[in-house]
Design a binder for this molecule. Sequence first.
Ligand code: FE2
Ligand code: FE2
Length: 133
Amino acid sequence: MEKIVWTDDFSVGSIEFDNQHKKLLKIINKLFDDNVYSTYSEHISRVFTELIDYIDRHLKHEEMFLHLNGYPDVENHINRHHEMIEEFAEQMKKVVGYKDNLPEELQNFFSQWFEEHVRHDITAFRELIEEKR
Ligand SMILES: [Fe+2]
Ligand SMILES: [Fe+2]
């Protein structure tokens, strides 16, 4: 599985949030790195701790931003965030205990998860800009 490469297609049109998504992508891509610790599960659990922590901060920041800017659909957007977190956590459970590199199915899940998150944001940011016209 190849790492996901950032392209401008992922841009939501905000430097601040693009930078947060780039950072998120950078951490997700660590899941595809070769093990750099003594055991693979140690490597994975470190990456997950970092990911969960960053996702949490990112989503709070995003929700606050949408809210303060009067995004009308903020509640649905936040609900979808919660679902995404659950889907993420569900897959994480499968990962615990892996001794080898992540199976392709799980790698695909995490890259699709990122893409879906960003596309969901692109819609919200576009609607917000339309709203402000
Ligand atoms: Fe979002
Ligand atoms: Fe986001």
